[in-house]
Design a protein around this ligand. Sequence first.
Ligand code: SF4
Length: 356
Amino acid sequence: MTATQAHSPVRHDWTLQEARDLFALPFNDLLFRAQTVHRQHFDPNEVQVSTLLSIKTGACPEDCKYCPQSGHYNTGLEKEKLLEMERVMAEAKAAKDKGASRFCMGAAWRSPAEKDMPYVLDMVRQVKSLGLETCMTLGMLREDQAQALADAGLDYYNHNLDTSEKYYNHIITTRTYQDRLDTLENVRNAGMKVCCGGIMGMGEDLDDRAGLLVQLASLPQHPESVPVNMLVKVAGTPMEDVADLDPFEFVRTIAVARIMMPESHVRLSAGRETMNEQMQALCFLAGANSIFYGEKLLTTANPEADKDRALFRKLGIRPEQREQCRTEEQEVEAIADAVEYQQTRHLFYDASRESA
Ligand code: SF4
């Protein structure tokens, strides 16, 4: 394997050994290769910015060992019921006014209950009617539920695999890896775009990180968005004292994800607040081209938004263009507005942490 390859085709047949070999490259060779692949498919100085709204918080029946929203652990999280439509629409309108093009909604459910589906579908339709793209994370979906969401106009669905199949039952016991794959298949078959990734630093080994990426890259169609999270250790969860992952291993994971899924947005997600600017810059160099932006997340801190803006400026990074007619100045202004908007909200959070 050379560090310089003329072209990077989209492959679905990556093997675990190939992934191991990528992880084992000298760091500089790995980053050079990832950056080379990145430049074949994306503008290297653009980063997509995402924000999400929690439409139902906490008391989740699942036992994901990293998650403060699980009802199995006492983390002191304040629970919220399903938000009223008026509130969701007000948030969506305000987000649109501030320049957002996509509105993402997350609920801490095992799967949507039948009684909630009409309401959720209406939420998709109404948010969509504002001219916004829609994204949801609601837990497992049956075929008919996925189709109903797609028919209502839902563009994206988030459902994370979290880790390798081998390590999975160390993390979650209330549903299987296959359950997750089935939901991803239902989402894809219904015609929606997929957002799917995992969490690093949960005590997994290198083969688990490699195995997760092989699994994602083996899907018939790569997820359009691949969130790569660093575990945020929350007191009260079983993961609160797990050993830290070497930050270079995290950067390597982003680089390997970029190489194996060259056309996907690789999202630097939860855990950014524990990363200094240099670490985040390395992640961008490794091929991360999406972040969650905002002062606060639902259950964990996020880097202060003005720090994000300052980092973008220092690195010469632009938010990914949402409207072709905008000038760069207008775009920077829109992002500044969006950041201010989020600073006044407490409901934005990182739904990539949802395995829902
Ligand atoms: S990650 Fe999602 S499914 Fe798992 S406990 Fe948290 S909210 Fe529930």
